[in-house]
Every structure is written in C-alpha cells, then in structure tokens.
Design a protein. Structure first.
Length: 132
C-alpha cells in the first residue's frame, strides 16, 4: 500500500512554519548540489525528490480528531513536528496503525515558499514483512 498526501497544519504555529522554511532551505541546498553534480541546470519537480524521512505518530487522544496522525522529522536537536496527516487520509491510516501496521513516511518535496503558502508532499508506504 502506498499513499501520497500533503502535510496539513504546517502554518498553524510559528515553530512549524519556521521548521518548514528550514526544510525548504535544506531541499534547495540538496537540489543545487544535485544540479552541480549532474550538470543539469533545471531539475524537474515531477522526477526529483527531496526524500527526507519522517515519522508518523498516532494521537488517539487528540481532542480535535481521534484519528490524528502527527508528522515528525528527526533533526540534530531531536524530533520536530511538521504538521499532521489530513483528516480524510488519517481516517484510513489510523486503523492500520492501531492494528500495528509498519508505515514509513518520506517527504518527497517541499513546495511553495514565503510565510503562508509553504507545503510538504508526503509518500507513505506500508512495509510488509516477509512472513506477512
């Protein structure tokens, strides 16, 4: 199973907005390095991916959504929250997580820019064990 979605709630707090801006800077740095290495001046957003690992954390006691799934990214100073899985997607993934499914998340691309319109594309993959 593979799901593609956006991260919700990035601009809801100053900390998340600032963290998203930091991730955007990191992405731009990696992208420029890829440009320098490959010699390709314009990398196509449809084929290039940031590929930054993220962690999904269930928040069953969340007062706003019992299916809430927070998105965290590990940094050198610890895990930082980027936002949440959108409610409609979380409603499908939360039961899987509650049953013990191993879901892996990757930020494929930071999008937008500026203060209000920064976003993150996310790919979520269920890892099936060989015995499963």
């Amino acid at each position: 199973m593979q799901t593609f979605t956006k991260v919700a709630g990035i601009t809801m707090t100053d900390d998340r907005r600032e963290f998203a801006a930091e991730l955007m800077e990191q992405q731009n740095y990696v992208r420029q390095a890829d440009n320098d290495i490959t010699g390709i001046e314009e990398i196509n957003d449809k084929t290039w991916e940031f590929n930054r690992m993220a962690s999904l954390v269930r928040e069953a006691d969340n007062e706003f959504d019992p299916n809430a799934i927070a998105v965290f990214v590990r940094t050198v100073t610890g895990n930082r929250q980027l936002g949440y899985i959108p409610k409609d997607v979380a409603a499908k993934l939360a039961p899987l997580m509650d049953e013990g499914a191993d879901l892996r998340a990757v930020i494929t691309l930071m999008t937008g820019g500026g203060e209000k319109n920064i976003g993150a594309n996310l790919r979520i993959t269920e890892i099936i064990s060989e015995g499963g």
